[in-house]
Design a binder for this molecule. Structure first.
Ligand SMILES: [Zn+2]
Length: 190
């Protein structure tokens, strides 16, 4: 949804602990299944290879963009997630759009991964619950692959050798970083 006002209302949404665990595991599995390795993981390529179209906001007419926000699965202003049936081809079309006014690669990555999460987690409508899940998924992926967090190698070992303890350690650090103790997610919807 897009409003002209810049006011941001913050909602606290409670994701149950089992779901937090599940989403972190889905994020970790996604990375491993897509063959992510030290320096060759191209998240845009991986997402595009699933038939998902990725576009910048600048390629849209601003009025169209406003309309598309209404039918987006995402409540976030920085991105769009559209899933619609293509009856002619008999398949589902998925498109992600992101605010390409940003010039920090990590911010763009966070938006695209957030929007991808709505597809990956099979969300069907806008809801605070879906937002919280998408935020968690994108944060988890970033945490696991950004070199400065030092988790990349550990994750590979943890999942490929089924080292549950090591994975639990990674998860605990992520939960602490995101301040998720007690399963409380703070989300902001404009
Ligand atoms: Zn969203």
């Amino acid at each position: 949804m897009q409003e002209d006002s810049d006011e941001q209302s913050e909602t606290h949404y409670l994701l149950p602990n089992w779901r937090i665990n599940e989403i972190i595991l889905i994020a970790a599995r996604f990375l491993i299944d897509e063959g992510y390795s030290e320096n060759t993981f191209d998240y845009k390529k991986v997402i595009s290879s699933k038939g998902i179209i990725i576009k910048g906001y600048s390629t849209f007419d601003p009025d169209n963009l406003k309309e598309l926000h209404k039918v987006s699965l995402s409540l976030w202003n920085e991105g769009l997630c559209l899933v619609f049936p293509d009856r002619e081809k008999g398949k589902t079309c998925c498109m992600i759009a992101f605010n390409d006014n940003k010039n920090v690669a990590e911010e763009i990555m966070k938006i695209i991964l957030h929007e991808f999460a709505h597809i990956k987690l099979h969300h069907t409508e806008q809801s605070p619950n879906a937002e919280a899940e998408a935020i968690l998924f994108s944060e988890a992926v970033l945490f696991l692959i950004l070199p400065e967090n030092g988790q990349r190698t550990k994750l590979k070992v943890a999942l490929s050798e089924r080292r549950k303890r090591l994975f639990e350690g990674i998860k605990a650090r992520l939960i602490k970083k995101l301040n998720l103790q007690g399963g409380c997610m703070k989300i902001g919807c404009k």
